[in-house]
Design a binder for this molecule. Sequence first.
Ligand code: ADP
Length: 546
Amino acid sequence: MKKTIATVTAVVAAMFIFLTVVVTAILYHGVYEDNVRATLSEELDILSHLYETGNDIREIGGRNGRLTIINPDGSVEYDSEAQYSVMENHKERKEVKEAFLKGRGSDERQSDTLSIKQIYEAVLLSDGNVLRLSKNASTVIAFFSMISGPVVSLVVILLILVVFIASKASDYIVAPINALDLDNPEENNVYDEISPLLLKIARQKNEVREEIADKERTRKEFEFIISTLSEGLVVLGRGGRILSFNKSAATLLEEKIEDDKPFLAYLKSADSKELVLSALNGKDGETTFKVSSKILELSAYSSRSGGAVVLMRDITEKCERERMRKEFTANVSHELKTPITTIMGFSELLENPEIEREKVTDFASEINKEALRLRDIVGDIIELSSLDEGYKGENEEINVRNTVETEIKKLEHKADDNGVSVENYVSSSLIIIGIPKVFSEVISNLLDNAIRYNKKGGWVKVESKEMDGKVEISVSDNGIGIPKESIERVFERFYRVDKSRSRESGGTGLGLSIVKNGMERMGGEVRVESTQGEGSVFTLTFPLNH
Ligand code: ADP
């Protein structure tokens, strides 16, 4: 800006100086020429007067110019500068011709050199001669060349001065602009002319500040949302460079992910690598792969900017549930098939009209046994499904001793048949919070098992104790016990240690699954300790302030 101001000022000043010099020179030259003419005319008048009064003007005539006396026939009688005897006839010269005609004439003629111009004036004398006086005058060009030296020096000096002053002036003008506080545009008090600009800057600054704050807020919200996601999220730029990722992504991949690294380096499975590459090339897709014992589902979506967004979620539990559901369905059909086939077999036999009377009774009792079995299995399946779907019963206070007593009563027959004694040692004041129907079912299943998997003369005890902020209710027996390798599996659906013993004794293989699910539903736990041949202890734990 300073440079522009100085340059413009210098150019304008140079133009003005040049124009001033030219105009002044032209005007001055005009005055100078008028002066030469006036002097010439005056001197001609004086010389003609002297001539008319009989003076010899030849002596003085040539001092201030060139004096010529021309005879009426045009021949030159006298010339102060040339050899007049050989001079050509002057009759046709413009000033001479005019003088002969009108008494006075004038003319100007350029000499051979461009720098000199000759001014002529002639007057008709009373004796018929013409008196002519001429003077040299410098032309404008000559005038200019004459003054060019000083003028150029003057122009140079003026220009230096102008550039210096312009530079100082621009410093002076620009200094307040340079000192503007653009962080607080409205607080500057400089030139009125730039106030609107400062106001505009202030307005725009506010808008930009608000926009940045808005963007920052949105960014923080986005970061908060993705940081709380259980799904792993990775945003990729062109070429698969990681632009951002959340903690879950690193946890799921079990890797220490770093920004700006290629995401493919963190993927071990070829399928997932290929899928991410496809997404980077504009094709979305989904795949599953394993990381340690986890099964991850990876969805990759291509983004408009040539990158991709990768979402990962842990579907191990879902897969496990799916596997268990399939296994359960297969088991259910298998379990139902056996009694149904038996019922069908016996009923076909009954169709025979020649069948003996005693056999009819036997077959009918077999059919009844299998039908009861079917009822038990279906009942247990319904019970289990209702627990799986989140049994709707409300939590209530339960008197444990009373519930145990009721369930023992229901199984009294079975216990007697098996020669097993059942004792209730639960404290009468023990109250827990649970769903009465579910708790009864849990106790009933544990007592039923303890009676069935027992020996003649064996015992079953139900005890309770309160400790470390929790209540433990145990159902123990001195029955056949569970082999070590099966202990972990007894809570699985349809798992039995000894299939035929379970079936014989009316088991469905679902009792302990119902116990486990029921306890989970009430916020408690169940565990088992057992020694084969010595007996088992099933312990239910409830939080005390539950
Ligand atoms: P079931 O209907 O076969 O009894 P459960 O789910 O109740 O099915 O039990 C699973 C298996 O665990 C049983 O088949 C049995 O082998 C074993 N079991 C359960 N309770 C006892 C116990 N008190 N003593 C010994 N074995 C037991």
